[in-house]
Design a protein around this ligand. Structure first.
Ligand code: PLP
Length: 379
């Protein structure tokens, strides 16, 4: 709520100023050298960050429980920085089979061009990950839960196992917003947020964060810099502003998400509901052990759903817009199109992801009830 807020340094004003900057000037060489040596306030050039981004970064590091955060232009940029910070030619990376699609593309297509090999693993593998470690395994990428199919991973078992082999653990922690899962308490080395989602929260800016412990500072910050990645000041401001209401919003997303998930569970048209807080979600017991809550994103697998039925459901919804993002104030719907390499997933076409927004839950259920009726009628 208050992290990154410094009214004492800002005329008593509780929110930071928005610094637009490219050129930064210095009165003397001595000032220039001092600024360069300062690990936090080295605003040498706009691309190296601004005081606005610094305050946002401080808030994110606080909520995630890491030492430092670097803010970049999107969640995907944050994932790229986190992966590129550690891997090099000849390395091998492990990636969960339920990872966000563009992350898969980053690893299996882009990193491949630089001689990095990717192996996917079953997100439910736990300590069994040891069998996949090779002498050149360098990094493991975990996303828990997966943002379409919602398997929860045994992060402590994975981090304990891979650390014995010197492997870095990078996590996409966006679903929990760093609020319901504390990655550094569970051995994660680098935590990524698509801050576009629950931090910005109003669907009007792209933003990402990479959070890490002191030991990885140089590697991560250098990588963000060499890639030319930084967060625009207006967007960093919006991310920080969103964080001020995060706890209240998440409580509402959680409550409504659970209400909708329970409602779907009681419907005869539904095969299963993939929501980590429900017992039949893969990894639910681990969620109970490691998480303190759930956010508003979950999926529903229908027993039967023709393409016409899917279109009838989605097109007629009044409060759920068809859209690829989540974490904002508004409810969203998106048919699942998951890709798998080493695990089974045969439910594309009958699986739909919902984001429970901040609307009245009874209105949302009414909208969904009409949608399910249309789906059934379309056959
Ligand atoms: C789980 C997850 N991680 C990362 C991202 C990427 O974030 P951005 O869209 O800000 O690049 C997304 C975006 O949808 C996501 O769902």
């Amino acid at each position: 709520m208050h992290a990154g807020s410094h009214p004492e340094k800002n005329h008593g004003i509780v929110n930071p100023a928005i610094y637009h900057a490219s050129t930064v000037s210095y009165p003397t060489m001595k000032d220039f050298e001092e600024k360069r040596a300062d690990p936090i306030n080295n605003f040498l050039y706009g691309r190296h960050g601004t005081p606005t981004a610094r305050d946002f970064q401080e808030a994110v590091a606080t909520i995630e429980g890491g030492d430092r955060t670097v803010a970049v232009g999107s969640g995907l940029a944050a994932i790229s920085v986190a992966m590129l910070a550690f891997v090099g030619t000849g390395d091998h990376v492990l990636v969960c089979d339920n990872a966000y699609g563009p992350t898969r593309r980053l690893c299996e297509d882009f990193l491949k061009r630089f001689g990095v090999e990717t192996t996917y693993y079953d997100p439910l593998i736990g300590a069994g990950i040891e069998d996949l470690i090779r002498p050149n395994t360098n990094t493991i990428y975990v996303e828990s839960p997966g943002s379409h199919t919602f398997e929860i991973q045994d992060i402590p078992a994975i981090t304990d196992t891979v650390h014995k082999h010197g492997v870095k653990v990078v996590m996409d922690n966006t679903w929990s917003a760093g609020y319901y899962f504390k990655p550094f308490d569970h051995g994660v080395d680098v935590s990524v947020q698509a801050a576009t989602k629950y931090y910005v929260a109003h669907s009007d800016a792209m933003l990402g964060t990479v959070t890490f412990m002191e030991k990885d500072t140089e590697t991560v910050i250098d990588t963000a810099r060499v890639l030319g990645n930084n967060a625009a000041p207006d967007d960093a401001y919006l991310g920080l502003r969103g964080m001020r209401t995060l706890s209240a919003r998440l409580a509402r997303h959680q409550k409504t998400g659970l209400q909708l998930a329970e409602w779907f569970k009681g419907r005869p048209e539904v095969d299963r509901v993939l929501h980590p807080a429900l017992p039949d979600c893969p990894g639910h017991k681990i969620w109970q052990r490691d998480f303190t809550g759930s956010s508003g994103l979950f999926s529903v697998v229908f027993k039967k759903c023709s393409p016409a039925g899917m279109a009838a459901l989605v097109d007629g919804l009044e409060l759920f817009a068809l859209g690829g993002s989540w974490g904002g104030f508004e409810s969203l719907v998106l048919p699942t199109n998951a890709t798998r390499t080493v695990t089974e997933w045969h439910d594309n076409g009958r699986c739909v992801r919902f984001h429970a927004g901040l609307e009245d839950p009874d209105d949302l259920i009414e909208d969904l009830a009409a949608g399910v009726k249309r789906l059934t009628a379309a056959g």
